[in-house]
Each structure stands twice: as structure tokens, then as C-alpha cells.
Design a protein around this ligand. Structure first.
Ligand code: FMN
Length: 337
């Protein structure tokens, strides 16, 4: 894009320093978005930076056709990235106006975020310090009962994002979660299309001693319910009243709010979503545990050794810069490109 103006800004006005600050804040927010968790590390986003706003779009080429045919988890991943954007801008002292799915003619446009004047969103700026430290844990957890105060804290975080935290507390419910996760695992491992989806995004090294060849029956890096009964495991479900793209986006924002809070408090968490990807087991989770609400995420929580950082998409791959910038025009002036 070329704006054929020489000297000054594209409009001929003196450069406005607050616009530069806004652009820097938006660039930092784009980097925060890239650090979000995503379904099977597919990183299914495109971030478009304009002078006054950031657009978060789905990258449909990265949808997992067999595991996530409706794109529910893709949109959740975008929600997690959106929450990171909000955190980054709040930490930079900016208030934001967020439009979710603002244009029905552009269903891939998940959100538009504009830094505006006013007070930053309360209660989230302090999470910026852990945006780049958060990791999903898919190796061992030290079995831990999560204290009630932590569950209350997480429930408040989920509610602030319009979602509901449903802790899986009774031995029967924990057994049900483990059993349904196993059933879903088996259904997916018997389906070549699901296996292909998982292999496509396989980026993690296999756990020591685990299988690693590409023709393995199932990629090894997926978190699994690894105890016999599951009764000693701490799981929480995130659920929403609706089950459509706006609800999935909010569920992703809630997920990331939880994950950053947990990271900040020294806890580890790992999404474990097999049982939510197979319709039959998802229906059973709903009937057995979340009731009226639709389960959107199953997380295991505990203590764990630090996990390795997942690779991120390169900035120039994930971010499109639509900000006009001044460059020398070769004749001693400036042109904006
Ligand atoms: C919607 C969603 C579903 C996920 N499902 C699983 C899962 O079933 N098993 C798993 O091990 N990790 C799962 N993850 C975690 C991703 O694999 C992880 O975010 C990705 O590999 C990047 O690693 P990081 O979270 O450490 O940055 C999921 C993440 C999201 C956002």
C-alpha cells in the first residue's frame, strides 16, 4: 500500500506522538497474541495491525478438519489470543474498545480491538508479566488437590469473561471425565483423518521413552488422563450458556484468563480436550456434569516441572502490518508506504 505523500504524515499534518505510542502498544499486543495457546498448536490466527486498531482473524487454512470440524476450538484459540491482546494493552495503560465478530459478512474477523482514552480494564494488567511464561503442561502432574480458595479465584476469573467454571470434584465425576477422555482418545486414534490432523501440527519432542515415529498410532504429546480411576486428579471444566462462535470466543478469553492466573500463582495446567472433540462424549460430559451449560474446555490442574516453550509463529508470518510508515523517497524527502 502506498500513500503518495511526501514529507510530514500521510495527511500532511505534523506527526502525532500519541499515534506512535499507540502503534507501539498495538505491536506489543500482537506479540502477546502470538504467545497464546492454540488447539494442537495450530496457531490459527492472522493479526492485522492498523494505525488505530488491531484485527484478529481466523486463518481457515489452519483449521483441524477432522478434530474440529465446526472450528469451535479454532475460535477458542482466537479468544485466548484476544485475551492476551487485552492484557498487553491494559499493561500499557490503554483502555480498549473490543468488537467481537463485528461484521456478519466477514465471519473470519473474530475481533477488532481499539486502544481508546480512559481507564485500562481493571484486574488484568498484572497478568502481562506471565504472558510469555505460560506453558501447557502435558507431561506428568504431581497429584494435587486444588484448594477451594484457588477454585473460587478461578471461578471469578471465568465469570468475568462470561463463562462458568465447573470444578470436577466428586470421585464419580472424575472417573467419568477419565473414562470419556479414554473413549474419545480411542475413537480418534481409530480415525485416520484425526491422526493426520494431529500429526500435521506435531511440533513437540516426544516424552523420554515414548513413541515418536510419524506412523505411531497416536501422537505422543497429547495430555492424557493417566491414572486408572482419575479420582486423585484435579480437573475443571469451562462451560458457556450458548454454543456458537461468540460463546467460543468468550470461552477462549476465559481459558486464557485462568491459565495466566494459574501461571502467576505457580500452578501448572494442561488442556485435555479429546472428550470435547467427539460429539458423543461431549454430550455425555454435559449430561453428567455441566447440565444446562455447554462444556468448552477441560483443564487438568496441578504442580509440574517447568514445560518447554512451544515454537511461535514468526511475526512476519502471523502479523500483517497495514500501518503507513515513513521511508526516504531518495530525493531527500519522505514517502509513506
Ligand atoms: C482449544 C485448545 C485445545 C487444546 N487441547 C489440547 C489437548 O487436548 N491436549 C493437549 O495436550 N494440549 C491441548 N491444548 C494445548 C496446546 O497443545 C498448546 O496450547 C500448544 O501446543 C502451544 O503450547 P503452549 O500452550 O505451551 O504455548 C489445547 C489448547 C487449546 C487452546
Amino acid at each position: 500500500m502506498t500513500t503518495p505523500t511526501t514529507g510530514g504524515s500521510p495527511t500532511g499534518e505534523a506527526p502525532d506522538p500519541s499515534l506512535d505510542e499507540r502503534m507501539r502498544a498495538l505491536e506489543a499486543a500482537a506479540d502477546a497474541a502470538r504467545a497464546a495457546p492454540s488447539v494442537h498448536d495450530s496457531r490459527p490466527w492472522t493479526i492485522v495491525l492498523h494505525r488505530d486498531r488491531l484485527e484478529l482473524l481466523a486463518d481457515p487454512s489452519r483449521r483441524l478438519a477432522a478434530l474440529d470440524p465446526a472450528g469451535r476450538e479454532l475460535v477458542e484459540s482466537l479468544g485466548a489470543a484476544l485475551f492476551n491482546v487485552r492484557v498487553s494493552l491494559a499493561a500499557g495503560g490503554w483502555a480498549v474498545a473490543v468488537d467481537r465478530f463485528p461484521d456478519s459478512a466477514r465471519p473470519d474477523l473474530a475481533a477488532v480491538v481499539r486502544p481508546v482514552h480512559g481507564a485500562p480494564e481493571p484486574g488484568i494488567a498484572q497478568l502481562a508479566s506471565v504472558v510469555h511464561q505460560r506453558r501447557s503442561n502435558r507431561r506428568g502432574f504431581l497429584a494435587e488437590e486444588v484448594p477451594d480458595e484457588l477454585l473460587d479465584h478461578l471461578a471469578a476469573a471465568a465469570a468475568a469473561e462470561g463463562a462458568t467454571l465447573v470444578p470436577v470434584l466428586t470421585p464419580e465425576h472424575r472417573r467419568l471425565v477419565v473414562q470419556l477422555s479414554r473413549e474419545a482418545d480411542m475413537a480418534q486414534s481409530g480415525d485416520p483423518a484425526c491422526r493426520a490432523d494431529l500429526r500435521r501440527w506435531r511440533t513437540q519432542p516426544a516424552p523420554a521413552g515414548g513413541p515418536s515415529a510419524p506412523e505411531d498410532p497416536f501422537p505422543p504429546e497429547r495430555a492424557r488422563a493417566d491414572s486408572e480411576s482419575g479420582a486423585d486428579r484435579s480437573f475443571v471444566l469451562l462451560a458457556t450458556r450458548a454454543d456458537d462462535p461468540p460463546a467460543w470466543l468468550r470461552a477462549g478469553e476465559a481459558l486464557q484468563r485462568l491459565l495466566l492466573q494459574l501461571t502467576r500463582l505457580g500452578w501448572a495446567a494442561g488442556p485435555m480436550t479429546q472428550a470435547l472433540e467427539v460429539s458423543r462424549t461431549r454430550d455425555q460430559l454435559r449430561a453428567g456434569i455441566t447440565g444446562e451449560q455447554h462444556p468448552q474446555m477441560l483443564l487438568r490442574i496441578g504442580f509440574a516441572a517447568p514445560a518447554e516453550e512451544a515454537p511461535r509463529r514468526r511475526r512476519d508470518d502471523a502479523v500483517r502490518d497495514r500501518v503507513p510508515r515513513p521511508v526516504p523517497d531518495g530525493r531527500g524527502g519522505t514517502t509513506w508506504v
